[in-house]
Design a protein around this ligand. Structure first.
Ligand SMILES: C[S@@+](CC[C@H](N)C(=O)[O-])C[C@H]1O[C@@H](n2cnc3c(N)ncnc32)[C@H](O)[C@@H]1O
Length: 398
């Protein structure tokens, strides 16, 4: 996710959008009035996914210039063309394979992947597991426009499939959109950061920490060399193992690729990240106030890739590779993609070069974004030799 501005002077939303946000705030307020303080994960769930009103459920533009942020597939097709080379390596193991993409955003990654794979063993089915009804519609429109000839292979899923399937599961910037719990360390123990309704809007409240969450926090922090001290606040995705289990249970043979911004656990909980990693986006401005215009603002948290590796273990998946996005794209053949651009006009080459810069520079998406491959049922030589991780494999850091 990229944003252009990082200062806190946010543009004022138009009146009709403020009304939409106020409507969602009233729904959240009613829940607090009924049940008392709610956990941050409950707040985030409603702010992002409340039917018709949440950030991902309401029909507002999110991606690209007219939206709130830009993701790698929105920059152009370079990302998809590299990813297609990793997919092809695994796909060549199968007579027939499928792709399931979770959280497909605008649908442009699906379109660009199908175009890149069209002459190289394309999938027999491309299924999209998407929570947002509005985004499904957006995806359909994108795909009908860009790849009408593939529509008979594309379908949408409400739930992960029950029947076994083989191929590639993809999730670009989906883990960061899953809800997280927030917690703080006090001198006498942990507190759960909850949300209450204050005179000026929603506010943080340090509530008692439920026992299961306490256990999870303890387990995470106990592995750290630099133990966070009183005053330290952060977040934790307590649902990750259950979510991963649900989406990969029927993957019989293949890989699951996760691309997202995040860190290994030891970097996630470094002392200087004493207020966690929560980040909000509104009209290309990044800010840290999740209570600002609920429903109009994206809310996300960085991914703890060590937690993803642990969840993989819980689900019976192998961690087959972990590296930065830059190293992954280079190893997948970014140079070949660039060489193919030699035939383009100077203007088009400039566009490709700008994409490469955004995707790979350390200060942009190159290092903040990381890629993890989980595998099941693959032969050892492929499982430990995935193309995208051949330049750099950081599994030892997890
Ligand atoms: C930040 S956007 C990323 C979109 C797209 N992958 C991209 O890179 O442009 C997050 C996407 O994940 C979807 N999403 C969030 N939670 C999900 C879940 N549990 N299952 C499926 N999709 C989900 C959202 O609706 C949205 O499409």
């Amino acid at each position: 996710m990229c944003s252009v501005n990082s200062h806190n002077i946010l543009p004022e939303p138009p009146a009709e959008l403020k009304r939409l946000s106020a409507e969602l705030a009233n729904v959240i307020r009613a829940k607090i009035a009924l049940n008392g303080p709610i956990s941050f994960s409950e707040y985030m769930e409603m702010a992002l996914y409340e039917p018709g009103l949440g950030y991902y459920s309401a029909g507002l533009q999110k991606f690209g210039e007219g939206g709130d942020f830009v993701t790698a597939p929105q920059l152009g097709n370079v990302f998809a063309r590299c990813l297609a080379k990793q997919i092809k390596q695994v796909a060549d193991e199968f007579n027939q394979y499928e792709i399931i993409e979770a959280g497909a955003g605008s649908g442009v990654l699906a379109a660009d992947l199908l175009i890149a794979l069209k002459d190289k063993n394309p999938p027999v089915r491309y299924r999209i597991l998407e929570r947002s009804a509005h985004l499904r519609q957006v995806q359909k429109e994108t795909l009908v426009k860009l790849v009408p000839q593939w529509m008979d292979r594309i379908s949408w899923l409400d739930e992960p499939p029950e029947e076994n399937w083989q191929g590639i599961f993809l999730a670009n910037e989906v883990l960061d959109a899953l809800t997280v719990e927030r917690f703080c360390i006090e001198t006498d123990g942990f507190r759960q950061l909850q949300v209450v309704d204050g005179p000026g809007g929603f506010e943080w409240h340090k509530g008692s920490c439920p026992k299961p969450l306490q256990k999870q926090i303890q387990a995470v922090l106990s592995t750290l060399e630099h133990k966070p001290v009183a005053g330290y606040c952060s977040e934790l995705n307590s649902n990750l193992p259950a979510w991963l289990q649900a989406v990969t249970a029927s993957l019989q043979k293949g890989i699951a690729l996760f691309i997202d911004y995040g860190y290994t656990r030891r970097d996630y909980y470094l002392p200087h990240r004493s207020d966690g990693t929560l980040i909000c986006h509104y009209r290309h401005h990044a800010h840290d106030d999740p209570f600002k215009w609920p429903g109009l603002t994206d809310i996300s948290a960085s991914v703890d890739f060590t937690a993803l590796a642990e969840a993989a273990d819980f689900c019976g998946l192998e961690v087959s590779g972990y590296t930065t996005q830059a190293m992954f794209l280079l190893a997948c053949g970014l140079d070949e993609v660039l060489a193919e651009s030699e035939l383009l006009s100077e203007r088009e080459r400039l566009v490709v070069n700008n994409q490469v810069r955004s995707l790979t520079l350390p200060g942009e998406m190159g290092e903040r974004f990381q890629v993890m491959a989980l595998s099941r049922g693959l032969e050892e030589d492929l499982r430990d030799d995935l193309r995208g991780f051949s330049f750099s494999d950081l599994r030892h850091r997890l």
